[in-house]
Design a protein. Structure first.
Length: 291
């Protein structure tokens, strides 16, 4: 199974059309069709549902797409790392980040590092701790920024200064907006939104065995999307302070929860990880700022 052919396969999966994929790849359609047929023969399975107008992935094709995307991402990342071995003035670093106001510290570190290494380029993948850590474990990221204590058997870590304070984002015309802080009892019976991670990790710390008394009506892994639902009057968003625009014009407001619930933030990387030269320098830079 050649990497080149996997790129062909992904192009067809995206275009859902052999002719358009061939044009994008700058090869002839018969050549592309032949390569895909060879790939299907090698795997012993057809990968597409073929019609006169398009080609859609079948179940086997969906499985290969996920694997192929990971393989191509790893190949490209490895090629980047080797291209950087003799290039200390710059290079690529890939970082996974949870949503947090504290990301400002990482942004400041990137800014100061980039002033010294002008060719430094960074790529940010955003998500909850679980998908971010998964991509780190698979080697698709160099570093991750997470909002729960790291597994010390797997990762080295640095603690980012400060902590995130939890609260409720609501419409300004909500009856709860009159309160300066929100208690557990205030939330009884209300439709609540937050991330799946916070339901599993954070709010059990706040309300313990009473978790089942809260009505989690939906989950979001990006707070902004949750705030749109709040603005439409569908429910209340449990999230960190400073993530959502709560200016007068927004129609929303933030109220902290009581008792106070706070979450720390960590920069992690795999133990014994071999970094590219620029990533190694960036980690040293972070250590000098946060250790």
């Amino acid at each position: 199974m050649e990497v080149r052919v996997l790129r062909y396969f992904l192009a067809i999966a995206r275009e859902e059309n052999m002719t358009r994929a061939a044009e994008r790849l700058h090869i002839s359609q018969p050549s592309l069709s032949k390569e895909i047929k060879k790939l299907e023969d090698e795997l012993g399975h057809e990968l597409f549902i073929r019609t006169n107008k398009n080609m859609r992935l079948n179940d086997e094709g969906m499985l290969l797409r996920k694997r192929a995307e990971d393989i191509i991402a790893m190949v490209d990342k490895t090629a980047e790392e080797f291209s950087q071995l003799n290039n200390i003035i710059g290079g690529e670093v890939r970082i996974g980040c949870a949503e947090s106001y504290l990301i400002k510290h990482l942004a400041r570190s990137v800014k100061s590092f980039k002033e010294k290494y002008l060719g430094f380029r960074f790529h940010i993948f955003s998500g909850d701790t679980e998908p971010v850590a998964e991509r780190l474990d698979r080697g698709l990221l160099d570093l991750a920024v997470i909002v729960e204590p790291p597994n010390l058997s797997k990762y080295n870590y640095l603690t980012i200064p400060g902590s995130d304070k939890w609260g409720v984002v609501m419409r300004r015309d909500s009856r709860l907006a009159e309160k300066s802080e929100i208690t557990f009892e205030d939330l009884y019976g209300l439709p609540l939104f937050c991330s799946e991670q916070s339901i599993k990790v954070d709010f059990p710390r706040w309300c313990g065995e009473d978790m089942d008394k809260l009505n989690f009506a939906g989950t979001f892994n990006l707070a902004y999307n949750g705030s749109v639902f709040v603005k439409e009057g569908i429910g209340y968003l449990l999230t960190f302070e400073h993530l959502i625009d709560t200016s007068e014009e927004s129609g929303l407001c933030f109220r902290p929860i009581s008792p106070v619930l706070e979450t720390d933030m960590y920069i992690i990387w795999k133990k014994y990880q071999v970094f590219s030269p620029i990533a190694e320098l960036f980690v040293k830079h972070l250590r000098s700022e946060y250790s």
